[in-house]
Design a protein around this ligand. Structure first.
Ligand SMILES: Cc1cc2nc3c(=O)[nH]c(=O)nc-3n(C[C@H](O)[C@H](O)[C@H](O)COP(=O)(O)OP(=O)(O)OC[C@H]3O[C@@H](n4cnc5c(N)ncnc54)[C@H](O)[C@@H]3O)c2cc1C
Length: 391
């Protein structure tokens, strides 16, 4: 059988790029295809603004990026460590507190810009392994290989096709893999803000009846806002001054007055879960396989865990001389990931629903629940350990 490569990865977002780097480092011939032009290599100049899209990355993800050789590039450019997290519903004076020092860790994670993350990963790949400006429009998955057809009329034959197209994956649909879920009645409004008070390296999250509001600390003293709301259209329509006021009120002024905000962008929010992650010669990773509400900042974190699991399964099978693209081998990847993903889907969807319930007395019960967790140091420590990937 002649193939063009061992593994072709469709989609060069953070998860697809991580799979490509991981497999290339284990000696496989990979091709990474993306319909965009690829990230622009970033060398920051003074005053270079932050990308509006940022990710909160857990220490376990950072360790993974380090193994891929990408973290040192990000660290040498720009990232924003945070040491604590405060979660509350009604009373910001008695939030649920998570602190890195509770588990003797240096940080709970880093806020990293999407462009920096992408360019750090892409820089680890040989140029010959990158194809930009091509959209894969069709896949034919056969018994021993898969053929990808691109919108420029070309095709690529590969032993294994990794689908990393993100949540609107068209190839997933073509492969007959169903994705269950639906649209949340909330849209995320994302921007950066400046505030009167310093954030002190703390991430804040308030659960409002209209949706969760996160204030994530940036290294330049500003905060990145992810405000998931059923009233996003109204928030987007406000002028900057009114938006800052609304945000100050909604955050109960935990950072004092909000003095400035950047451009605002919006993201529709969905819950999705593919009914299977693999087929003969194909594997789904990242948002193509599962999409969670951003309230726990876990989407990329889950995707990187997929990337690591798939890389290990494929590289080990190849080293043992087995067909790494067979359904039997790929099922190992699915088994390694499915339970973890379902847990996260359940936690995020459960929190989304619990904090929206207007039943009388429920808010008091939730506040009591947060207080009980806060008072139970071992439970809190266990939650922190899980959140940062120490198990
Ligand atoms: C508001 C918001 C905040 C979030 N915050 C966090 C956070 O703090 N932490 C966290 O872990 N996660 C967060 N997430 C989740 C995170 O954004 C996603 O989980 C992540 O982007 C998924 O990465 P991916 O590589 O799977 O897909 P994507 O990032 O969607 O990348 C898919 C890539 O595939 C390419 N592509 C698609 N189809 C084709 C095709 N047919 N041919 C060629 N190329 C194709 C696209 O151009 C794109 O580059 C957040 C999400 C939202 C909406």
């Amino acid at each position: 059988m002649t193939v063009d490569c061992d593994v072709a990865i469709v989609g060069g977002g953070p998860v697809g790029a991580a799979v490509a780097v991981g497999l290339a480092q284990r000696g496989l011939a990979v091709q990474l295809l993306d319909r965009g032009q690829g990230p622009t290599p970033r060398v920051l100049a003074d005053g270079d603004d932050y990308d509006l899209r940022v990710y909160a990355l857990a220490p376990s993800c950072i360790a993974f990026l380090d193994r891929l050789g990408a973290w040192s590039r990000i660290a040498a450019t720009r990232s924003s460590p945070y040491q604590g997290m405060r979660v509350w519903e009604n009373d910001p004076q008695s939030p649920l507190c998570f602190d890195a020092r509770d588990v003797r860790a240096a940080t709970l994670g880093h806020i990293v810009e999407s462009g920096l993350l992408a360019s750090a990963l892409w820089a680890q790949l040989p140029v010959s392994g990158l194809r930009t400006g091509v959209q894969v429009v069709r896949i034919d998955a056969g018994e021993h290989d898969a053929t990808l057809h691109t919108d420029d009329g070309g095709s690529l034959r590969t032993r294994l096709a990794v689908i990393a197209e993100g949540r609107d994956s068209r190839l997933r649909t073509q492969l007959g893999i169903e994705s269950l879920g639906g649209q949340y009645e909330q849209t995320a409004v994302v921007c950066h803000i400046r505030s009167e008070q310093a954030h002190g390296g703390i991430a804040w999250q308030r659960f409002l009846p209209t949706g969760p509001l996160a204030l994530l600390p940036l290294a330049d003293g500003r905060a990145s806002i992810v405000w998931s709301s059923g009233e996003a259209a109204a928030l987007l329509a406000l002028d900057d001054a009114d938006f800052c006021r609304a945000l100050g009120d909604a955050s109960q002024h935990v950072l004092g007055r909000i003095t400035a905000c950047s451009r605002r962008v919006q993201f529709a929010l969905t819950l999705q879960h593919a009914d299977r992650y693999v087929g003969n010669g194909v594997a789904l990773v990242g948002d193509a396989a599962h999409v969670v509400h951003p309230l726990a900042g876990q989407g990329v974190n889950l995707g990187f865990a997929d990337a690591e699991a798939l890389t290990d399964v494929v590289a080990e099978a190849r080293a043992a001389g087995r067909n790494f693209a067979s359904l039997r081998v790929l099922k190992r990847y699915e088994r390694a990931r499915r339970a973890d993903v379902i847990d996260m889907l359940a936690v995020t969807d459960g929190l989304y629903r619990a904090f929206r319930m207007p039943l009388p007395g429920l808010a008091a019960l939730r506040s009591r629940g947060l207080a009980v967790v806060n008072a139970a140091a071992p439970l809190r420590r266990e939650l922190v350990r899980r959140a940062i990937g120490l198990r």
